[in-house]
Design a protein around this ligand. Structure first.
Ligand code: PMP
Length: 377
């Protein structure tokens, strides 16, 4: 038996935890972190810690199957779909998807309405033909297409869109469909935050580090009939067919992240499933938007109401100086990670599935107090 000196200061560290508004990696439920400490030492009484467990062991293959079926169940998807765990983040999927699904005569059709959909389009263009089929114009304020049924030219291998633009704070509140090509959705920042209609998706992918667990893992859920259209690539770890055939165990996967994703999915089930996550996402974001909308322009969110994000609430204050003061004071009061992305500045409150509503409540109160103090400056 291996033993060593253990120090137990868990309680102290738990009480130091702040309201973490980071865009990802993001806050995880305390109960999961506590259980993870135990499982790190000995998983399911095996005497082997979860991070030390072989990915070929029965315990781990059981775990990965459990994670797979929880994801499908939570999304309301059946055996028509396959779940694949990739490494390399959603960013690697920006290259993998065109390599797997666009042939020499075809093109990927991209809706580009923010930072990440632009990146997806740019990386696709580096390896295959890709076209922007919708983007916001300067002449009207729409941030997502008003028409959700999209017609595509012949040769479109897929339609790609980003259901929530994490940096820009833009979310599709209606699903996009096309009868001309399969639909791929980057749902990195809003997967499992609301129910979906399975008919409207052929592939959904998401980095884990926002709504599902830690970084270093990407979950891709693909309709099997779309997988049949995969042309494959020469790079095995990017090859959808090879990864599916090998149950995501072509090489050593991120076992730790898969363990945590399974735990988060179980936690979501215990909370009341995706319907409950949807209600919480609305509750949290509405608390912040309400303060913004009632602040007489002190706080400004420039996204039309119908496409405001429920998970990344972005806003500006009248001056850069006030934004800096806001961030400084917020940090002193125990709010962490509120600075907007470096490319856009301002403030961003990211609140994903595990984020507690009282954090949003506390931030809304802080915002009111701050506006009351500084609105006339
Ligand atoms: N897509 C979206 C919507 C994102 O928010 C992010 C990351 N924040 C990415 C893609 C890229 O993910 P990763 O850093 O895991 O590659």
């Amino acid at each position: 038996m291996v033993s060593g000196q253990l120090t137990s200061s868990i309680q102290k560290h738990a009480s130091e935890r702040k309201y973490n508004f980071c865009s990802g990696p993001a806050l995880l439920p305390l109960a999961i972190l506590e259980q993870a400490q135990v499982d790190m030492l000995s998983y399911k009484g095996s005497g082997i810690g979860i991070m030390e467990l072989s990915h070929r062991s029965a315990l781990f293959t059981g775990l990965i199957e459990e994670a797979r079926s929880r994801i499908l169940n939570l999304l309301g998807l059946d055996s028509d779909f396959e779940v694949i765990f990739f490494q390399g983040g959603a960013t690697l999927q920006f290259s993998a998807l065109p390599l797997n699904f666009i042939d020499d005569n075809g093109f990927g059709a991209y809706i580009v309405n923010g930072h990440w959909s632009k990146k997806a389009f740019q990386l696709a263009s580096q390896v295959r033909s890709a076209k922007i089929i919708w983007e916001p114009t300067t002449t009207n304020s729409e941030k997502v297409p008003t028409e959700t049924k999209i017609a595509l030219d012949k040769g479109a291998a897929f339609l790609h869109y980003t259901s929530n633009e994490t940096i820009d704070g833009i979310e599709f509140h209606q699903e996009i469909v096309s009868s001309d090509a399969p639909v791929i959705c980057d749902a990195s920042s809003n997967i499992l935050t609301r129910p979906i209609d399975p008919d409207n998706f052929d592939l959904i992918y998401a980095s884990a580090q926002k709504n599902l667990g830690p970084s270093g893992l990407t979950v891709s859920i693909i309709r099997k009939s779309f997988l049949d259209k995969c042309r494959g690539t020469d790079i095995p770890l990017l090859d959808y067919r090879a990864m599916a055939q090998n149950h995501s165990l072509l090489n050593t996967p991120n076992t730790w992240a898969i363990y945590l994703v399974n735990s988060v999915c179980k936690w979501i089930e215990d909370q009341g499933g995706v319907e409950k996550m949807h209600a919480l996402a609305r509750q949290r974001s509405e608390m912040i938007y309400e303060v913004i909308d009632n602040s007489d322009g002190f706080y400004q969110n420039r996204i039309p109401e119908e496409s405001r994000s429920r998970v990344n609430v972005v806003f500006h204050l009248p001056t850069k100086e006030l934004e800096e003061a806001f961030l400084g004071e917020a940090e002193k009061q125990g709010f962490y990670g509120l600075a907007g992305h470096r490319s856009v500045g301002g403030i961003r409150a990211s609140m994903y599935n595990p984020f507690p509503p009282e954090g949003a409540q506390k931030l809304s109160e802080f915002m009111k107090d701050f506006a009351a103090e500084f609105a006339d400056f």
